[in-house]
Design a protein. Sequence first.
Lengths: 115, 112
Amino acid sequence: AQKVTQAQTEISVVEKEDVTLDCVYETRDTTYYLFWYKQPPSGELVFLIRRNSFDEQNEISGRYSWNFQKSTSSFNFTITASQVVDSAVYFCALKSSGGYNKLIFGAGTRLAVHP
Amino acid sequence: DTAVSQTPKYLVTQMGNDKSIKCEQNLGHDTMYWYKQDSKKFLKIMFSYNNKELIINETVPNRFSPKSPDKAHLNLHINSLELGDSAVYFCASSQVRIGELFFGEGSRLTVL
């Protein structure tokens, strides 16, 4: 069975703090893909990143960085110097190599960044 | 140009009514989806179509009937609406092998 766990339901930080959103996944597949999506208060779902299971390099995009560790089945997301505009619900998701792009989502982490 | 567009954005209706949500994508993708997001923000796949063929049906009540007239469109019809159907319904599309899904803005359905 495939599963994504985001243990942090809500996180509250003050602007300029760094914050890490945790994601732990379960799958029996050897090839799979991991994703992060952002859902701001306006409600749309915004794709942030995709990671392949065979590529464990960490990724940085501006203030965003992702740490993929197969040994611990984790794909954590860090926002450096958080801003109020980062306030949103963040979803981690998993897709196996087979099938037709069935994305399994975690329950989401609500991030509130206060001025 | 909106990549994945859904209409209507808001639906308020009475129990027992029938309603439809339309979705269109202009990305040239071959796979489309319907996801349901409940009040706790949990996202769950309902259906997926690949080139107009149903490939995922996640134990959704048969009051829900998707229809894909072509690979750019995937509509969702719901019969005999119930209170528990109140949710935000998201349409999405992807190329099968590429991976990421592109979502529409969502359609908020409220059943009174």
